[in-house]
Design a protein around this ligand. Structure first.
Ligand code: FES
Length: 357
């Protein structure tokens, strides 16, 4: 994963996509083009000061490869500090934008049949993947199953209608709605394992035939779809997913809240970023992101929840454990990599290296 860093980028447009979603598009200066080159499926972390607080959130890139601007889709969520802020942004405003990150990758090139499964704002990376594939892989096909509450909440409806018109034989789209009755009963309800099973039985999808399957949405949808696909004979390695929220939709941060013991001795944590090493004290139970910020120490992070791997680093010295991990593979942990945002030291004088590959 490339080194993550923030740059100040200017919004060249803010376009309402639905009543509660906007598309933010950024100009990328020529000298930063290489840094902001991306693989479809990746996301940007946006950072701004809101009511005096430094707030950062990650949003998937919806632009296709080769686009002059980088766009992300932001859907307002109840109580969402950054998403509410985003609704009121205007062109000309500058934000801190991290270089593209993420492991939900759809490398473009060759000839493939793709199945994309998305729910709600989980569609955002799929727009980038679908457009990039259709525009750059002339013999590939894309089948998209897209779940929403109702027509009004469908993001990128016009973009997908255009793709259907343009790629009649290579782009297949199915809408599934759970709060709006559609004529065909199969397309009502949730996009869960049972629905996929029925769709496969009726020949609307052919799970074993796809070269890659991308799933993005809430955790129950991802888990249900993955289990169903595997039971239909799909090789696990072909299934890639992007987790937005944990089971039940509860922000992971609340499950991971600090339980700081004020009487416990603080332990020393050091971080090496871009060759420079700085240290900060961390009390048992305290979150590394908060402890580092208090000491004026910066390291790359985004979700602060163990999901995105922006804070992936290697333990060079000391002993640590992670509170939770939704993104590192077993081999990475065996090789000594951890998520800094989830680290709790088990010994003093821990050194975490963000430059390790
Ligand atoms: S910041 Fe996302 S996993 Fe640590």
């Amino acid at each position: 994963m490339a080194a993550a860093r923030f740059n100040e980028l200017t919004l060249n447009s803010v376009v309402a996509e639905t009543a509660d979603a906007v598309i933010l598009s950024f100009d990328i200066p020529a000298e930063l083009r290489d840094e902001y080159a991306f693989t479809p499926g990746q996301y940007l972390t946006l950072r701004d000061t809101i009511d005096g607080q430094d707030v950062r959130r990650s949003y998937s890139i919806c632009s296709p490869l080769g686009s002059d601007t980088l766009s992300v889709g932001v859907k307002r969520i109840d109580g969402g500090v950054f998403s509410s802020h985003a609704m009121a942004l205007n062109a000309g405003k500058s934000l801190q934008v991290m270089t593209p990150q993420g492991r939900f990758l759809a490398p473009i090139g060759g000839e493939h049949d793709y199945l994309l499964l998305a729910a709600g704002s989980g569609i955002t990376p799929m727009v980038s993947i679908a457009r990039s594939v259709l525009e750059n892989e002339p013999n590939s096909t894309v089948t998209l199953c897209y779940a929403n509450r109702s027509t009004e909440s469908v993001m990128f409806r016009t973009a997908f209608d255009d793709l259907k018109d343009q790629y009649l034989t290579r782009f297949m789209l199915t809408h599934v709605m759970d709060q709006e009755i559609q004529d065909i009963e199969l397309f009502n309800g949730r996009l869960d394992g049972e629905k996929l099973d029925t769709m496969a039985t009726r020949g609307l999808i052919t799970p074993k035939a796809y070269d890659a399957i991308y799933i993005c949405g809430p955790q129950p949808m991802i888990e249900g779809a993955s289990v169903a696909l595997e039971s239909m004979g799909v090789d696990k390695d072909k299934i890639k997913f992007e987790l937005f929220t944990p089971n039940g939709g509860t922000p992971i941060a609340s499950a991971n809240a600090s339980q700081v013991d004020p009487n416990a001795d603080a332990l020393k944590i050091s971080v090496t970023v871009d060759g420079s090493t700085r240290s900060f004290p961390l009390r048992p139970g305290e979150k590394t992101v908060e402890a580092a910020a208090k000491a004026g120490v910066e390291f790359p992070y985004s979700c602060d929840n163990g999901m995105c791997a922006t804070c992936r680093c290697k333990v060079v010295r000391g002993d640590v454990e992670m509170v939770q991990n939704f993104s590192l593979e077993p081999w990475e942990m065996e090789a000594g990599f951890v998520l800094a945002c989830q680290v709790q030291p088990k010994s003093d004088d821990v050194l975490l290296d963000f430059d390790a590959l």
